[in-house]
Each structure stands twice: as C-alpha cells, then as structure tokens.
Write a protein that binds this ligand. Structure first.
Ligand code: FAD
Length: 466
C-alpha cells in the first residue's frame, strides 16, 4: 500500500473522487483525524460529534471488509494534523496523501500546512476541489464570484449540465494487509445524539435519499414549508459530514425525473443543494466570513441588544410566541430544526429581540446535528440582513402570521409545546391572557410592532455608512 486518503467532512467510501482515483494508482489506506478541541472551538455540537464517531466506526468496519486499513488518529487540534499525518506516512511508507480541500479559513490553513510539511518529508499530495455538486468555482463573466444567488444558480446549472459526473464507484477489494490498524476506541455517545432519528448506516442513508427522490421530491416545492409533515429530505446531517456524496444526490434527482433535463433543471430540491454550494463557495472567496464578520461591512455599526434574559427565553423556547418556542424546543430535543422555522427563529432573535446574529449562529452550531459552518453562517446572515444576497432589512417575519400560514392547525406547535394542547382553532398561534394562564404558558416577551419598528430604524440609521 502506498496511497493514503485523508477523510474529513467526507466520511464515506462511495462517490469519493480521492478514494477512487488513488486506488487506480495502487492499494490505499484511509486516515481520519479526530480533533475534538478544534471542533469544540468551532462550537460543533455533541450530537454532531457523536454522529461523526458513529459514521467513522462504521466506515472503518466497511473498509476492513474490503481489505482497506483505516487509521484513526486521536489528536486535539488542526495544528496537530501535519506532523501526525507525516509520521503515519513515514511509519507505513505511504508515498502520496490524497484529500478533498475544505474552504473555511482554519481548514484551508490546516491543508496548506499539511501539504508543506509532507513536501518536506518527501511525501506527495494530491488535492481535489471541495466536496460539492459543482466543485469548481462558479464565477461571473468578469471572473468574479457571484454575490447574488439567482445568477450564481443559472451559471451553476449550465456548468453542471455541461459536465455531469456520475457518482464515483465504491472502492475495490484489496489484498488484506498483514496487520490492521488498531480498533477505534469507543466513545461515550452523548445523550443529545438521537440515534433513532439519525442512524449511521450507509444503506439506510442511501435508502432515505432514494425514497425522498421517488416519493417526495416532485411535491417538495409545494409542501416543504410545513413543519408538521416530513416533506423535506432530512439528509442535512449526512451532507454536513459527507456521509452521502453530492453526485449521489444528483444521480437520484436525474434518475427519478426520467433523465429528462427540463424536469431535473426545474427541481426545487436541486436548487436547495445549489444554495449549499453557494454558501460553501462564498467561504472560499470571502475569508472574512470565517472570522465572524458580516458580509455587508456597514452592518458592523449596528448596536445590538445585550439582553441575557430574552436570549435565554429564546434558547429555551419560552418567548411566549408558540411557533418560535416549538421550533427552539424541536432543536433542543432532536438536534434538528425545519428550514422555515430556522428562518422564523433567526428573524425573531435578530430583528425582534435585536440580538447579535453571531449569538444565534453559535447557539445553533452548539445544538444542531447538521451544524455546517457555511450554511449556518449564510442562514444567519441572510436572516439578519447582514449577509450576501440577504433578506432586505425591512423584511421582519411576523411570527404569528408565519404560524397561521405554515402550521395552520397548530399540529407542529402542539407536538413541541404540549401545554398548549387544549387550545383549538386560531388561538393556538397567539393565546389570550387567560388561555396563557390556564396553560401555564408565558406572556409574549416583546411587542411585535414596536420591536419591528426598532429594528428597521436601526438599519435606517446605517444609511450612508460604509
Ligand atoms: P432539504 O430541504 O431536504 O434540502 C436538501 C439539502 O440542501 C439540505 O440537507 C442541505 O444540505 C441543503 N440546503 C437546503 N437549504 C439550504 C440553505 N438554505 N443553505 C444551505 N444549504 C441548504 N443547513 C445546514 O446543513 N447546516 C446548518 O448549520 C444550517 N443552518 C441554518 C441556519 C439558518 C438560520 C437557516 C435559515 C438555515 C440553515 N441551514 C443549515 C439551511 C437549511 O435550513 C437546512 O439545510 C435544512 O433545513 C436541512 O433540512 P433537510 O436536509 O430536510 O433539507
């Protein structure tokens, strides 16, 4: 064995360009670096880490069945990777290390340092474009990155059509090595990881993808915004950790649309996957995004409220706005939140409580099982109107109207705010004082109209600033 493939947020054997191409040169080994201190610094949730460990164990077992050794290096931080990988290469005589690049600043620095270090010890590196559907930078006619999604999407779609790559084949069986790397130490699985909801089994994940594409994808546009029903794919934790490949998703979309280009071009689900590429590519073009800075520099001047009590109420789902509370409790109990609710809760925190979007971004990362830096940062900056192609600042979601529209019968609210179960009809969206008392449910922590005016005035004050 002379080839080593380094897996990061692409914990899979299938549809993996580096695994596939490295094996064409010679037999391969795999390596995964565990860097818990770094992940903690990046606010990654215990649930996401637990899923990562489960996926890694599963991958190690599947790789062993194919005679592919999989080393697990237990490190602390990204800065430990260069030396540890180099030592591994020297010990096992690996001559080339392959990986798919990652775009956020710390990841990019880690990759640069590792490449330099390997070069010093005489090991070659083969680096691939990031793990996206369209992995090459999607640029405008001036060779610049797009700052608005719609033209990005048009160019993305035409680039994709001109170069559809089918998923890479699963690796071949190898001659079993004489000694296999030691077994991966078992980690305590954090209680917040709901294994029942997010199994780490590749076959189940793949079936989930195909089931969604066969049965739900066609109606996705019409039904996706209603959180009471499972009408979105819920593949995000697997996409965040790379347990399923982007070309596998594309293949499922194209196949279930009968290979008809007009049909799959119109797929709204594909468009959501393009948002994923958009935000990831932005990270590469604008390193400031990885440094907690807003995309729109003038919004640095906003003076956010420091209201610990209100923030706590938001985190715990006790704001007195049933849809917001149900959403936050869904996050706290399951590690996942529906997209419409992410927008409602983020708008509530940033526009109505006027709390800094970075506070919400961090809380989401700390609790989401699908916490993914680019998508989360993009979603928060979109909601707070500080980001690239963000919601206009005067667009402030009215939580009660959103609730009436997207959870009309209160089915979702009652699931996560059971104290409101006795309410019927429209009152579920905004119970009156005596109903709140009867249910033991708090009064609204803000007055929507006043809070909205406050936020709009604060953004108005920015006019003329740079
Ligand atoms: P589907 O509707 O089935 O979409 C398929 C896939 O497309 C998703 O799994 C995801 O990988 C991608 N996707 C969908 N919408 C978006 C989007 N707006 N931006 C980027 N990618 C998208 N998504 C994350 O994966 N991780 C996050 O940490 C994250 N944080 C968010 C924070 C906020 C404030 C907002 C508004 C959105 C956030 N999103 C995040 C995007 C989106 O809410 C989730 O991807 C989606 O809810 C996941 O559910 P699903 O897998 O059923 O998605």
């Amino acid at each position: 064995i002379s080839q080593l493939v380094w897996l990061r947020n692409d914990i899979r054997l299938n549809d993996h360009p580096a695994i596939n191409l490295a094996q064409q040169d010679d037999d391969i080994a795999l390596v995964v670096c565990l860097t818990p201190e770094q992940w903690q610094e990046h606010n990654e949730s215990p649930a996401k880490n637990a899923l990562r460990f489960e996926l890694t164990t599963e991958l190690q077992q599947q790789a062993h069945k194919l005679g592919i050794p999989c080393h697990i290096l237990e490190l602390k931080r990204f800065s430990d990777c260069p030396e540890a990988i180099a030592d591994l290469c020297l010990e096992h005589h690996y001559t080339t290390v392959w990986w798919q690049n990652e775009l956020p600043v710390h990841e990019a620095q880690r990759d640069e340092c590792t490449a330099k270090h390997l070069d010093k010890v005489g090991v070659t590196t083969r680096r691939f474009a990031p793990d996206l559907i369209v992995s090459e930078p999607v640029l405008n006619q001036q060779g610049q990155p797009f700052k608005v999604f719609t033209p990005f999407y048009k160019r993305w779609l035409s680039t994709l059509s001109a170069n559809i790559t089918p998923p890479y084949e699963c690796p071949n069986n190898q001659e079993p090595p004489t000694s296999l790397p030691s077994e991966f130490k078992c980690y305590d699985i954090d209680d917040s990881y709901r294994q029942d909801l997010w199994p780490a089994d590749y076959q189940i994940i793949k079936e989930k993808l195909w089931h969604f594409c066969h049965h739900k994808e066609a109606d996705y546009d019409e039904l996706r915004d209603f959180p009471a029903k499972p009408n979105t794919s819920t593949l995000s934790p697997y996409l965040a950790l790379g347990a399923i490949g982007p070309r596998e998703c594309l293949e499922a979309i194209i196949h279930t649309s009968g290979n008809n280009e007009r049909d799959w071009h119109g797929s709204v689900w594909l468009k959501e996957l393009a948002w994923r590429d958009f935000y990831k590519q932005l990270m590469g073009h604008f390193p400031d995004l990885s440094k907690s800075l807003p995309f729109k520099p003038e919004t640095q001047h906003l003076v956010w409220n420091h209201n610990a009590k209100a923030f706590k109420a938001w985190c715990e789902g006790n704001t007195g706005f049933p849809i917001v509370d149900a959403a936050m409790r869904q996050l706290n109990q399951t590690g996942w939140m529906h997209n419409r609710l992410r927008m409602i809760t983020a708008s509530f925190l940033t526009k109505l409580l006027f709390v800094d979007w970075r506070e919400g971004e961090r809380y989401f990362m700390e609790h989401l099982i699908d916490g993914e830096f680019a998508a989360n940062n993009g979603g928060w900056q979109w909601s707070a109107s500080t980001g690239c192609d963000a919601a206009p600042y005067f667009r402030v979601f009215n939580p009660t109207r959103q609730s009436e529209r997207f959870d009309p019968d209160g089915v979702f609210i009652k699931r996560f705010v059971p104290e409101l179960k006795i309410l019927s009809g429209k009152s579920i969206h905004d119970p009156n004082q005596s109903q709140r008392k009867q249910c033991g449910y708090p009064e609204p922590i803000i007055d929507y109209k006043k809070a909205r005016q406050y936020a709009i005035a604060a953004f108005d004050d920015l006019k003329g600033q740079t």
